[in-house]
Ligand binder design. Structure first.
Ligand code: AMP
Length: 574
């Protein structure tokens, strides 16, 4: 089967862009998947997400708005000034490309576009900017107006069709197994292999049998196992029978380190490649861990010269592309390791936690920079409480209690009761939630010119949709407030996000594609007719007195607090 014509994909982009319903979106995608050549379904899946590879592969096209506008000028033979003024009028590079491109008939194939985008991404070093601009101009020359619109948006990362990886999994299950009921099987494989291209190709060509065989590969991240939250120490004891491994809960950034015998790669909680950010951690691991190959996990935390833990916010300064070495010195970190998923060619994810931990202990030689997470094995509540208090007393957030039972395997991407977090803030009856910003209301009076409140939503994992939970207007510093419109400008979309469930009377002034996650502190969960979180008989759950705590750049929208978690908390507190 020859490569799909790119116009067919562009037509689907257009349909998706126009729909405001998540179910419709799944239908369109499922229908489309059935018609595409199976051998290129992987690249089609990436392109539907506005990507040219899986996110963890760290492939950047490396073209800014200005460069794309120059390509449009070359393609259309117009002056750069004219292109700029059209862009100013239309406010979107995609629409500018569509309007100005020379009107060719659509002849491009998906493979042609995909390969050219990779060629552009691969160019680096002197002269690469010019090369990128010219290569894109040549591609646009062959594109019809509609194709040009979407090519420009993919290049700039502004495709924003509203479909997420979970939406694609639903559609793949429908297309290739006939029912959405098989999505959990795809999701299980996706948690071990979070590469939508591999999942799409495997289900299309090898079916569910192929999906079941997908395993751990060094160099490809694994979705990280998550913890449930406990209301009290008694609850930990109820949920984890027998020995409880209490580990210090560090407030930093989760790191999954992969070593294939040659290279160490670090992945963040969002499965982004963070190797370049932490050269000190890479060096530390080389000295401290002796094994032929491994996948291990821990939390990287900023520390002072005496090794004391410092607050998470300080670590944010290490999130940078430039001056990395300077900040390695300025903000030293320590990696506290707590799990092992793969060792010397063998996967450990199906082994119980004590076995994984023992293997980790064997390969580590602790140093100033690489340590094992502090832990204590407990059976009784007193023991857990003592350890919790000790952790708090030297700057930790709380503890993670872990099951040591025979079934305590590594549950990739799952938030279950094998791991339970218990934080100090829970004792004060104040809880924090990681919520996705989906809209905003203009400010009035003192807040004119910025937003008065952000509309925030939780994630309904089962239904793959976002449900509104609060309007967030307090807790921001003046500077943060003033920066809101700029920060959110690139996420603006003209209508409600397709995967958002919103009450008809909830009408923010602007809508955002779900992208930014904020941590929000709240006083109480109540029922409200205006919110849609866990809605029942017309009443949703809402957070009272929400306060902004911080941005959670380390979390993706689908990693936000789930509707189920909020519902569980609400029931417990009632
Ligand atoms: P939260 O982000 O509040 O859901 O808490 C879970 C996070 O705590 C994990 O994703 C890790 O990044 C972090 N963490 C810190 N210490 C540990 C530990 N000892 N075991 C597991 N996770 C930990």
């Amino acid at each position: 089967m020859p490569s799909l014509r790119f116009i067919k994909l562009a037509n689907v982009f257009e349909q998706l862009e126009r729909t405001t319903s998540g179910n419709k979106m799944r239908e369109i995608l499922a229908r489309f998947f059935k018609t595409v050549p199976k051998k290129e379904i992987d690249i089609i899946a990436y392109l539907l997400l506005g990507q040219i590879a899986s996110k963890y592969e760290d492939i950047n096209i490396g073209m800014a708005e200005k460069m794309v506008l120059r390509s449009i000028a070359i393609d259309s033979g117009r002056a750069e000034k004219e292109v700029s003024s059209t862009f100013k009028k239309l406010g979107d590079v995609g629409l500018t490309a569509e309007k100005l491109t020379t009107k060719s008939k659509p002849t491009l194939t998906v493979a042609q576009v995909f390969n050219t985008l990779h060629k552009i991404a691969a160019a680096s070093g002197p002269g690469s900017q010019e090369f990128k601009i010219k290569t894109l101009a040549a591609l646009l020359k062959k594109a019809s107006p509609k194709e040009a619109r979407y090519i420009a948006r993919i290049i700039l990362g502004t495709l924003r069709l509203g479909a997420g990886d979970m939406t694609l999994l639903d559609a793949l299950a429908i297309a290739f197994t006939g029912t959405k009921a098989n999505k959990p099987k795809l999701e299980h494989a996706y948690n071990i292999c979070p590469d939508i291209g591999i999942i799409a190709k495997t289900i299309a060509i090898k079916g569910l049998k192929g999906i079941e065989k997908i395993g751990v590969t060094v160099g490809r991240p694994i979705q990280m196992m998550l913890a449930q939250r406990a209301k009290s120490v008694q609850m930990i004891k109820e949920k984890i029978p027998g020995v409880i491994a209490c580990e210090e809960k560090y407030d930093g950034e989760r790191v999954q380190a992969h070593f294939d015998g040659k290279r160490i790669i670090l992945f963040s909680r969002r499965l982004e490649n963070t190797t370049n950010q932490f050269p000190d951690v890479v060096e530390g691991l080389k000295k401290s861990i002796k094994a032929k190959s491994y996948v291990i996990e821990g939390e990287v935390v900023p520390i002072d010269e005496k090794g004391n833990l410092l607050p998470f916010q300080i670590l944010m300064q290490r999130r940078r592309k430039y001056d990395v070495e300077l900040y390695v010195k300025k903000i030293p970190v320590c990696l506290f390791l707590f799990d092992l998923l793969f060792l010397n060619g063998k996967s450990y994810i199906h082994k119980p936690y004590p076995e994984r931990h023992k293997a980790l202990q064997k390969i580590i030689k602790p140093t100033k920079r690489i340590k094992l997470a502090n832990r204590k094995l407990c059976k009784e509540i007193d023991c857990i409480e003592d350890f919790f208090n000790w952790c708090i007393s030297h700057g930790a957030e709380g503890i993670i209690a872990k099951s040591c039972a025979p079934d305590s395997t590594y549950k990739a991407g799952v938030r279950g009761w094998l791991w339970i977090k218990w934080k100090q803030e829970y004792q004060k009856l104040a809880d924090t939630f990681d919520l996705v910003v989906v809209g905003a209301f203009y400010g009035k009076g003192k807040r004119a010119g910025t937003y008065g409140a952000l509309l925030c939503a939780a994630y309904n994992h089962k239904l793959d949709r976002f449900e509104t939970f609060c309007k967030l207007g307090s807790g921001f510093t003046d500077k943060q407030l003033a920066e809101l419109p700029k920060k959110f400008a690139k996420y603006k979309i003209p209508h409600k996000p397709a995967r958002l469930l919103v009450h008809k009377d909830m009408k923010p002034d602007v809508w955002f594609t779900p992208a930014v996650v904020v941590e929000v502190l709240g006083a109480e969960i109540t029922r409200s007719p205006l919110h849609t979180c866990a809605v029942e008989k017309g009443q949703g759950l809402a957070l009272r007195f929400p306060r902004f705590v911080r941005y959670r750049a380390d979390k993706s929208p689908e990693q936000a607090t789930t509707v189920k978690e909020i519902l569980d908390m609400y029931k417990e507190r009632k």
